[in-house]
Design a protein around this ligand. Structure first.
Ligand code: 6R9
Length: 673
């Protein structure tokens, strides 16, 4: 890494540091500042203490067997995830709410732990009656409804391995993922509501299953009813409610070995087929239980809302398993953040037209949500919509905020702090991956002084470092590549059916070190600053420049709502930065006037040049109405690179129309995750 690259650390660290309030610290689940040192001194003992807080039907003999790059945790031990999330909670919390759910049209349900356990036991019997056995794979293609959690937990109860496919994915993606893991069963719904329209899950499933030879049955949940217009394929398709009607409520949980597979979750690689990330039982549950307890400071009195879909790892670890293993109450919402509660109820025209960009804030007020965990892309969208919307609602129930999915730029962090947290809620910026299973780098909200845009410190027991291309640690304050030095309980075990690729992708760059593919910098205080994917680091005339630091500079300009920067190939410099920016509503840009667009572009180039130095000055600033994003909200940089390098549209001067980038997205690729 170049030593003379712009000093991102200094630029970003500002002087702002936010210590937790005394009131927060004094009630926090973890208050012991020495915990980091204790975990370091005996990391296996530390993790075993966590695992001991779970319920095991048979104790383990060996905490860790590390045969790089393969780890086995809590060997010899047996437990069941559904027992830990449900049965174990019933004595003390049976009547507590487990899930508070709201549909997009405004329909609501509340499910207690007793009720959830009842549903899960019944659905376990349904799975058994369909011939599903321990070790079999089951694909879930479900909306954000409580039955998604029921289906996941029932799989864990009988020992089946679930593979959840995001409900926004196409038939091809569903097919590819179902074939890859050889599922016998797909669980889906007739559809769900999104922005007032029906998303036709069952139609898409029909299309996919036609080419999936291993699938013998499809279970269909009725979410929509008549309006979904589905047909049932006799002999193959079965209604959820029919099967549940006769199912017994008695189902003793299958004791699972700690290392038995728990679930597969596909994430797309930069090249080739999606990777089937495989997680196992004891280590995963230990990791999500521990991080939920300390990072979200979760208590029985909380109503905790993680806005992720269950189709992503965040939905697995922090909508379902982590919170329920802690006996906490989770809030779940079906639909879109810009759609209102209908007066007319499901299926009425009123819902189809009921836009409302304050829906999230309205639900926080109405349900008195206390913890909100969401993504920078949502925060930036809300910034664009304006601070008046959250200001119009009472958000005083909130006590803790979280962020995940992408680096959060300081502007968005500060906005989140001021307009949502009202300066009163610690913000936990959590860095982790599908592969890591649980959060790896994050503040502990009662202990850590946060810094806007830094994920701060590795969770106790996690040993992270920043290294150069040769794998040698770089000095504090220098940019490099993030690595994890020691195995941790919730790490992926392999890639489903492809251990070679597992070794190659994560362990071959630096033998013995886990390579997550992210750039990072550690400052003199030990805070980690995540700089985006390593492939998002540009090499401009020999300088390593993170796309993220230019993006952060751009959004400090009052006209800019959101920015994405990529490196365009350049004859002389190797790469040159090109920025795509969305202008704030109300800024007064006349987007039909080419001169005013050109003038603003020029101003933004200068702005970055002054702020970060001439080397960072974008060669082009393209004003766009929208940024193409993956379904999980990550910017599709490959598409932007193809645009900037002329492969999609020719010369970028044709990009004067701000609507054009968005219109390209659909044509380009529909299924990147
Ligand atoms: C949980 C999740 C993983 C990649 C990861 C990194 C980026 C996630 C981040 C973050 C900076 C954060 N990422 N959280 N970057 N700060 N707080 O998103 O998993 O979908 O597998 O993505 O997301 O680049 O490597 P996944």
């Amino acid at each position: 890494m170049s030593l003379d690259s712009p000093s991102l650390g200094e630029e970003w660290q500002q002087d702002k540091s936010f210590a937790p309030s005394l009131a927060f610290s004094q009630q926090a689940n973890i208050q012991d500042v020495d915990i980091y040192a204790k975990a370091e001194a005996d990391s296996e003992g530390y993790w075993a203490d966590w695992a001991n807080q779970l319920e095991w039907s048979k104790p383990w003999d060996t905490i860790l067997k590390w045969n790089p790059p393969h780890a086995k945790w809590f060997l010899g031990g047996q437990l069941n995830v559904s027992v830990n999330c449900l049965d174990r909670q019933l004595a003390q919390r049976g009547d507590n709410r487990a899930i508070v759910w709201e549909g997009e049209p405004g329909d609501q349900r509340t499910i207690t732990f007793n009720e959830l356990a009842h549903e899960v036991r019944k659905f376990s019997n349904v799975l058994k009656s369909l011939g599903i056995q321990k070790g079999d794979r089951v694909t879930l293609y479900m909306p954000m409804v409580p039955e998604a959690a029921v289906a996941m937990l029932a799989c864990t109860r009988i020992g089946a391995v679930h593979s959840v496919v995001f409900g926004g994915f196409s038939a091809d993606s569903l097919k590819e993922r179902t074939i890859d893991c050889g599922s016998k069963l797909i669980i889906t719904a007739d559809g769900f509501w999104r922005r007032g329209k029906i998303v036709p899950l069952k139609h898409t499933t029909d299309e996919a299953v036609a080419d999936c030879p291993t699938v013998t049955n499809v279970v269909v949940l009725k979410r929509i009813g008549e309006a979904a217009g589905i047909s049932m394929n006799e002999g193959r398709d079965l209604w959820w409610h029919d099967l549940m009607e006769t199912a017994s409520d008695d189902f003793p949980a299958e004791p699972m070995d700690s290392e038995d597979p728990l679930f597969i979750l596909y994430t797309s690689g930069s090249t080739g087929k999606p990777k089937g990330i495989l997680h196992s039982t004891g280590g995963y549950l230990t990791g999500v239980y521990a991080t939920t307890k300390w990072i979200f400071d979760i208590k029985d009195s909380d109503l905790y809302w993680c806005t992720a879909d269950i189709g992503w790892v965040t939905g697995h670890s922090y909508v379902v398993y982590g919170p329920l293993a802690n006996g906490a109450t989770v809030f779940m919402y079906e639909g879109s953040p810009d759609w209102g509660v209908s007066d007319g109820g499901i299926g009425k025209v009123s819902h189809a037209q009921n836009t409302d960009r304050a829906r999230f804030w309205e639900m926080i007020e109405r349900h008195k949500i206390t913890i909100l965990y969401t993504a920078p892309t949502l925060i930036r969208t809300c910034m664009k919509w304006g601070a008046e919307l959250p200001a119009s609602r009472d958000l005083s129930s909130l006590r803790l905020l979280g962020s995940v999915g992408e680096p959060i730029n300081p502007e968005a962090w500060l906005w989140y702090n001021e307009h949502i947290g009202k300066g009163n809620c610690p913000i936990v910026d959590t860095w982790w991956q599908t592969e890591t299973g649980a959060i790896m780098i994050s503040p502990l909200p009662g202990i850590t002084s946060t810094r806007p845009a830094s994920a701060t410190r590795p969770f106790p027991g996690i040993v992270a470092d920043v290294v150069d291309e040769k794998g040698v640690s770089v000095p504090d304050g220098k940019k490099g590549i993030l690595v994890i030095r020691k195995p941790w309980p919730s790490m992926l075990r392999t890639l489903w059916g492809n251990d070679e690729r597992y070794k190659q992708v994560y362990w071959s760059k630096f033998p013995g070190l886990y390579f997550p593919g992210d750039g990072a910098l550690r400052d003199k205080d030990g805070n980690f600053w995540l700089l985006g994917r390593v492939d998002d680091i540009m090499l401009v005339a020999g300088h390593n420049i993170s796309t993220m630091e230019i993006e952060s500079a751009l959004v400090e300009h009052p006209a800019v709502a959101e920015a994405a920067v990529i490196g365009r190939e350049h004859d002389v410099k190797g790469q040159a930065p090109v920025a795509f920016v969305i202008i704030r509503e109300g800024h007064g840009l006349d987007s039909s006037n080419k001169e005013s667009i050109a003038a603003l572009s020029a101003e933004l180039k200068e702005f970055v040049g002054k702020k970060l130095g001439p080397i960072c000055r974008p060669e082009d600033v393209i004003i766009t109405a929208d940024l193409p994003k993956t379904r999980s909200g990550k910017i599709m940089r490959r598409l932007l690179r193809d645009i900037a390098e002329g492969r999609l549209l020719g010369d970028t001067t044709t990009l004067a129309d701000p609507a054009i980038v968005a219109s390209l997205k659909d044509k380009y690729t529909s299924d990147e995750s």
